[in-house]
Design a protein. Sequence first.
Length: 250
Amino acid sequence: MSLRETAERLVEAETVVALTGAGASADSGIPTFRGKDGLWNKYDPRELATSEAFARDPERVWEWYLWRRRKIAEAEPNPTHTVLALMERDGLLEAVITQNVDGLHQRAGSRRVIELHGNIWRDECVSCEYHRVNDPERGEGLEYDELPPKCPDCGDPLRPGVVWFGEPLPHDALVEAENLARSCDVMLVIGTSGEVRPAADLPLVAKSCGATLIEINPSETALSSHMDVIIRERAASAIKALWGEIERLS
Ligand code: NAD
Ligand code: ZN
């Protein structure tokens, strides 16, 4: 399918949904987990993003998350985030389902964002219901007097509000994402390796319900063989070109 035909498919579709992964934020300078540029500092995420790692060394895990928060606070949304927000504004996109925890879709103006893996700006207590969402614009969540920070209600440690390896996804977000996957007729799959389940199952659910799958990723992924259309490019440039075609159609 040419870029123009892909744009036509998007414009004619009843319900378009985007599924984004770390690659959607790569063009904002936020590193991915996997792939050749995905080496995180000197850390292995699999040894840090687990509840076992947090129980063993909460200070080290927090330091890693504060480093990530600083990188995210310095970053800006890129054309992938911006175009998806414009598509939603113009009624061409129903929702963004994201595996990213950086909040860049919201910063770009997207309204219906389903966060499958939580949000890095959230702190939550390991024991009680206490939680808060920090606003980095107000300098929140970037530094703490002690690590791990303590829950103001019960005194137990606070943890970042993200889903770690081996943990279940937030129930409501997953149900909403699955319903969208079943009901959409096009799914844009942007910058995800397709190796993290259950998020990686969503395109397969969509396809089994008749949706067209469009992949935007410079590299082949575990989902590529299921795709109807593949754009082998970095997301920001590919989406900008696609948006140009969409605008020419209207
Ligand atoms: P991943 O690291 O497993 O895969 C990243 C994918 O992005 C790869 O397929 C790679 O080819 C592709 N990619 C790299 N640069 C790209 C670009 N410029 N344009 C388009 N695609 C590009 O990421 P994942 O599939 O999202 O899974 C990793 C998990 O780690 C997720 O659960 C996520 O929660 C977490 N994570 C989040 C962030 C973030 O919030 N920004 C960053 C890294 C990891
Ligand atoms: Zn508490």
